[in-house]
Design a binder for this molecule. Sequence first.
Ligand SMILES: Cc1cc2nc3c(=O)[nH]c(=O)nc-3n(C[C@H](O)[C@H](O)[C@H](O)COP(=O)(O)OP(=O)(O)OC[C@H]3O[C@@H](n4cnc5c(N)ncnc54)[C@H](O)[C@@H]3O)c2cc1C
Length: 529
Amino acid sequence: MSEPQISRRTLLAGAAATSVVAALPKAAFARQTPHRELRRSVVVLGTGFGGSVTALRLAQAGVRVTMVERGRRWAVGQRGTFPGVGTMDHRAIWLGSGSTVLPGLKPFSDRRRYAGLVEAIQGKGIVVACGAAVGGGSLPYHGMSVQPRGDLFARVMPAALDYEQFDQEFYPRAAAMLKISAMPQDVLDSPQYSASRTWQSFVAKAGLPAARPLPMTIDWDAVRREIRGESPPWFSSGDVLFGVNGPGKQSLDTNYIPAAEATGNVELLELHHVQDIARDRRGRWVLDIHRINRGGTLLERITLTTDALFLGAGSPNTSKLLVHAAARDTISGLPDGVGTQWGTNGDLIVGQLLPKPMGGLGGPASVASCDWDNPEGPVTVLYAPVPIAPRTDSSAYMQTVAMYLPDKLGAWVYDARKDEAIVELPGALRTPAAAAGMRRLNKVARAAGALGTIDLTGAVPNTFHALGGATIGTVCDDYGRVLEQPGLYVTDGALIPGSTACANPSLTIAALAERNVQQVLRRDLGAAF
Ligand SMILES: Cc1cc2nc3c(=O)[nH]c(=O)nc-3n(C[C@H](O)[C@H](O)[C@H](O)COP(=O)(O)OP(=O)(O)OC[C@H]3O[C@@H](n4cnc5c(N)ncnc54)[C@H](O)[C@@H]3O)c2cc1C
């Protein structure tokens, strides 16, 4: 069905989201970009951890849900779907957002704009990497699914969150859906994973707590088939940064999302990029959406009006949308704390050149030392195999990641010149906690007899674990409802103030979404939507 063309004047005359539309470039209208209006009851923006959990539980309760996702659906687990680290191409990067996302990777020459897997957001003093796909960060992620310890959880998470309840109810609920299990001993003992064992020996020599296999969202039987030579080395090559081309990676598009779609209550709009959000005079939520093709070309503009809007665009993009809406007053009365309490989860990455190879790389990152009782402060240190070959054998290159409890947080602020929100975290690493984290990494490097260190975070401060910007207690109530904005919810990593307590964040984000949606269904179903 062809949709009617609409002029800029007609849109400006409409009641909905006037200031959002006014901000649009006139050129878009001059080209007569098709436009249509949609009306929905409940929208979940984003299909990452928070968004997928929320959509499933709403749909199971009989709510009709529209999931709006900027990224594309990928044929996960199939040969040729994703680029490798050494063969990076346009599929790796979201709409030209950066020529490389991982410091240390060579910039690649294929600069075609494409709805690729990872967005790299350049802030002031920090680069933020996040997922852009159906399934959000679960497509590029390694699958490390760590539950933090209760005392550390209590130090960083909002006081309203009861660890016992998470431990008993919400972590197990999310873990069961994500099918989490630790790397079995026979996999760790295989020649393909000898680098992990070598790294464990460096950790022991460094005097840190024993490095153990982490809970992962991996089907280890698929890895066993690789070890037996029955399948190509999709995981065991260590080349997993931009997705896995064989079976066994349990990303959200293999569990939560298909379960949500199977209810018959979910429509998922991929390649629908939300530009702005607004509240109209009747208190409904209005999304200004660009429907794009895989090359990023604008195909159609959609104005979607909904009674309830769950923001699951991930910490960076939920923060951006809210800070922009506050600055442009498309949502009046947003809390002052929008954009604040944002942090990196204490991420540090270093690479070292070793005098001799560590053996079979194995992947993804699956072993860690949890040095949580150290008087210098808790730090998790983990081995992150990546097939970068500065010499001939990439296992002579050791990449190690640390997560400490950040003692400095940043914020998203509105830049009027660019008309967008920018993240600022100057001097993130010049803090005592960061220095303590770095000392732990240096201990492992010394134990490994490293010939030299490449400080990948010091060179370009960066994080893969953005958290905060719309936190519980500052912007939202205890269950993710935005204060004084009925029908507006936050359901992703933006709820968490800068750290998931020395643990990779995805499992905690999923567990928090499980908790919040349960309460929202009890209280708001039939009222807000
Ligand atoms: C390379 C890499 C490796 C990682 N490895 C791990 C790991 O092993 N373990 C771990 O716990 N964490 C890991 N992380 C972090 C993890 O991916 C994130 O913490 C997690 O995905 C955040 O969940 P979320 O629900 O907050 O948002 P996301 O999962 O980021 O989902 C947000 C979704 O919203 C969409 N979106 C954003 N803006 C818009 C918009 N304007 N319009 C429409 N859609 C939009 C995005 O495309 C995305 O699909 C890794 C991250 C990266 C980048």
